[in-house]
Design a protein around this ligand. Sequence first.
Ligand code: NAI
Ligand code: UGA
Length: 507
Amino acid sequence: MSTSDSHEDAAAPGSGPRPRLTVIGTGYLGATHAVCMAELGFEVLAVDVDHSKIERLSAGEIPFFEPDLADLLRANLATGRLRFTTSFEEIAEFGDVHFVCVGTPQRPDGYGADLSHLNAAIERLAPLLTRPCLVVGKSTVPAGTAAGIARTLARLAPANAGADADIVSDLAGVQLAWNPEFLREGFAVADTLHPDRLVFGVASPAAEGALRAAFAPVIAQGVPVIVTDYATAELVKTAANSFLATKISFINAMAEVCEAVDADVLTLAEALSHDVRIGGNFLRPGVGFGGGCLPKDIRAFQARADELGVGVALRFLREIDEINNRRRDRVVDLVAAALDGTLARRRLLVLGAAFKPNSDDVRDSPALAVADLLARTGADVTVVDPVATPNARRALPGVTYSETVEDVAADADAVVLLTEWRQFAELDPARLGQLVRRKLIIDARHALDGDRWRQAGWVYLAPGRPTGVIPSPVPEQRPRFGLPAATGPDGAAARDAEIDAPVGRRS
Ligand SMILES: NC(=O)C1=CN([C@@H]2O[C@H](COP(=O)(O)OP(=O)(O)OC[C@H]3O[C@@H](n4cnc5c(N)ncnc54)[C@H](O)[C@@H]3O)[C@@H](O)[C@H]2O)C=CC1
Ligand SMILES: O=C(O)[C@H]1O[C@H](OP(=O)(O)OP(=O)(O)OC[C@H]2O[C@@H](n3ccc(=O)[nH]c3=O)[C@H](O)[C@@H]2O)[C@H](O)[C@@H](O)[C@@H]1O
């Protein structure tokens, strides 16, 4: 039951300033959304099937790392505007607008989105909706999902008895809207309070009005609102993530070519970025993209395009994925080549486990994937991350972890930087140089000042950066660790050139 007194004052969706909001699913997206909507002045009640998460949130603790979010959570719990529950009954009774933020992970077969959490949430909520309200999908879904959910609501919500939810033109019953989310982890609070656009996929003016009321403080900032149908709203989200992934893989493909002619991908990227039509954002080369969204979303998008009979249009996304995965192998190759082709029993210090800095998220993390590849070769791998080690331990138990570098640097044969945490960029090469066995650093994220590290006596390597020698051409299908197949008379020379060049020239 709702404990708030202000419900009678709260206007019905679309006709008043302050609808009461609920959030279903309190993960990275849902917890942020709940806290930020309370911060914007709404009364918010959030639910999750994970009771421990709800306990921690109720106690003022964010179950993941996101800058600024814990302070806002505590402040809004204190006002009483924000509450958490495990009761869907309470949610249904409380809310005028219900935001659905449950996970839509990759299916176990690696292809397509797993909608089971979303369907379960809707099927649990719908039969409890006995009065007019708006259900708003925020999760990322394949195009066409919202239309199916609207039909489920029409069938299961008691408030819709006798009404056709596809055609109702006011909130006489329960309606659906799709409002994709574009926040970035690490910047989740700022992105939610000040988004660069709002996308409303709606089937009626009444649903649009209810959404405008739910976002009134954001819209008042002048944020553009794009009002469209369900399918376009769903597609905006997957198209945006596909575009971002494409930009990253484009620059990483350029890094591959740079390596073949000993050119500098960082200078190339900078020169491209001055063209305002291209821009510099998402043009950072390195070890590629990861996380809980970009990789799974481009795969789910391809799967949906295949189902729709337009798979050929998105065939390039497979290539984007492959370029991305090759970067992980490339870093392993670089480490192996620098260590004379042998990784077994080498002591490697890996800097970073999170998929990006300012996050403890290790879902499809390039850093952990590289740590895993290195460990599988027999290397003795220690991973350092300031906040992601608890999650990393669960995801990759076979390696050693630490939260600080100095404790575990002794006798390292190489340091491999894979997540560009500020703490790592600020490392003192002279001090670290006294601890390690061999002063060799592979900066896979281009986070360090290479000249500074070289001046301190380190061999500094970074993918896509020049080495001083143009490597001999090697067959395209080469085996791992950068060892070219010794198929012809030049094979041995090519192999020697590739293995020796990066280290020999720099040490
Ligand atoms: N993480 C991010 O930065 C962003 C995520 N998204 C999308 O948002 C959705 C959620 O993503 P995350 O928050 O990262 O996932 P998450 O895995 O961190 O959170 C999902 C939450 O939903 C809960 N849940 C599962 N089934 C439920 C049910 N039946 N009823 C209530 N709660 C349930 C889980 O217990 C979990 O707490 C995904 O579709 C994702 O693609 C969109 C933009 C940004
Ligand atoms: O759908 C989602 O969940 C979100 O996915 C991404 O956000 P996020 O995954 O938090 O992180 P990004 O900042 O996009 O970075 C993704 C990955 O790309 C990598 N990256 C990013 C930028 C770049 O230039 N190069 C690069 O390798 C990062 O290191 C990281 O591994 C999008 O940026 C968000 O707009 C979107 O809402």
